[in-house]
Design a binder for this molecule. Structure first.
Ligand SMILES: Cc1cc2nc3c(=O)[nH]c(=O)nc-3n(C[C@H](O)[C@H](O)[C@H](O)COP(=O)(O)O)c2cc1C
Length: 405
């Protein structure tokens, strides 16, 4: 496994919290004088590496001997919004895993209808199925055994799926299995001058079609510039809307102690962020205001997110709950295919979000991608390319913490 270099940068507006603080120029400008700087100096030798306990689940999930634990040890490495990891695995019935969406881990502001959370659950299901195949076990996935939740609200503790394990051990292994522990969402700048391999583009398209969705890649300035403009505007809206900004702020884990105690959400671990936070100069609960210096700095941090070889998009016919789960299955397979090809993938979800202030960018991104006429729903939008820095895994909750036995 690759050596991790530093903490993962966080998602959404919280990305900016970290980045504002990690700008040395700004840091020195902020602290200005000796007393505060002196307070920060003892942290200078600190490392940004995440505490080992928080990334331990990535180390060797293969060591699990029980088949259901083996499946779940891989499934919990799934990509998911804000790294909330909203899953509970109920093992009380032999030969089955009941996947329940943890009602305490929803994102009511940025994901008011629970669509993104269900995409994360779909990714979880797909990794569980891939892991089972590695042990030769077939899995039947029964979605929403208690009925699909209503379109506009995901009730707490919804039962998303029952995974029914087959008896025989003759299912062929999935070639993507080896990529599960290598897949990471890299949030640094991407190289701007490298094309994506054609074989990857065709395998993405084929994967989406097989599960009833449609994917595409926008590449080249003419296709990418309008998407960049919409994504930037959407981010500014998310950052200046108090409820959405504060939702991210509350999920921040600052420093190794907080990250180890809660290995989820948005990890901020750079020595400078920790120093600023320690001396009270970094207050994530302060919502950026339009026209302010603080919003300007927040938006400066969006610049690396505009670097990419292209934008990968994934759309579904309609927007049913099963389609959202299927989108998660396709998304994680697409990310695993990218990992195998040495390509990075980073979702930029702001323009897809359903809170009222986001309506303009939501409509604009659907129109720009040609989805309005077809009635399709955009489920994922990610920049894709080649990260210039190889960062390590993001935190994960332990296997034990998601089990109900
Ligand atoms: C539905 C969905 C939406 C996401 N949206 C964003 C996003 O807007 N910005 C971002 O930085 N990451 C986004 N991510 C990536 C998550 O932040 C990432 O999967 C999570 O932090 C776990 O990290 P990992 O993928 O490296 O394991 C999204 C992931 C999913 C599944």
């Amino acid at each position: 496994m690759e050596k991790k270099k530093s903490a993962n940068t966080p998602a959404g507006p919280a990305q900016s919290f970290a980045a504002v603080a990690s700008s040395r120029r700004h840091f020195i400008g902020l602290v200005g004088g000796g007393a505060v700087l002196a307070a920060a100096v003892p942290l200078a030798g600190c490392t940004a590496d995440l505490p080992e306990a928080a990334v331990q689940p990535w180390r060797n999930p293969d060591r699990e001997t029980d088949i259901r634990r083996f499946m779940l040890a891989h499934a919990l490495l799934a990509p998911n919004p804000h790294n909330r990891q909203p899953w509970i695995a109920d093992l009380r019935e032999a030969g089955r895993i009941h996947l329940i969406c943890d009602g305490e881990r929803l994102l009511p502001e940025t994901d008011p209808v629970g669509r993104q959370v269900l995409i994360g659950c779909g990714a979880f299901v797909e990794l569980a199925v891939i892991a089972a195949a590695q042990r030769g076990v077939a899995v039947k996935v029964e979605l929403f055994p208690g009925g699909a939740p209503a379109d506009l609200q995901l009730p707490k503790d919804s039962r998303v799926a029952t995974l029914i394990l087959g008896e025989s051990a003759s299912t062929p292994a999935d070639p993507l299995f080896a990529q599960i522990v290598l897949r990471h969402t890299r949030k640094t700048a991407y190289a701007s001058d490298r094309a994506l391999p054609d074989t990857l583009l065709s395998s993405w398209a084929e994967t989406a079609t097989r599960l009833g969705l449609r994917s595409g890649v926008a590449a080249g300035a003419a296709a990418m510039d309008p998407i960049r403009r919409i994504a930037r505007e959407a981010y500014e809206i998310e950052a200046t809307t108090a409820n959405t900004w504060l939702e991210s702020a509350r999920l921040m884990r600052i420093g190794p102690g907080a990250i180890a105690a809660n290995p989820d959400g948005i990890s901020l671990n750079s020595p400078l962020v920790r120093a600023l936070h320690a001396v009270g100069l970094f207050d994530p609960m302060e919502v950026p205001v339009r026209g302010s210096k603080s919003l300007e700095r927040v938006m400066e941090r969006w610049v690396p997110f505009e670097t990419a070889s292209g934008f990968f998009w994934l759309a579904s016919p309609g927007n049913t709950r099963p389609m959202q789960v299927a989108a998660g299955r396709v998304y994680v397979r697409s990310h695993l295919l990218a990992t195998a090809a040495g390509v990075d993938m980073h979702p930029l979800s702001q323009a897809l979000q359903e809170f009222p202030e986001m309506r303009g960018p939501y409509e604009a991104i659907h129109k720009t991608l040609g989805l309005t006429g077809s009635g399709e729903t955009l489920q994922m939008l990610s920049r894709v390319g080649f990260a210039v820095e190889q960062r390590g895994p993001s935190p994960r909750r332990s296997l034990g913490s998601i089990l109900r036995t």
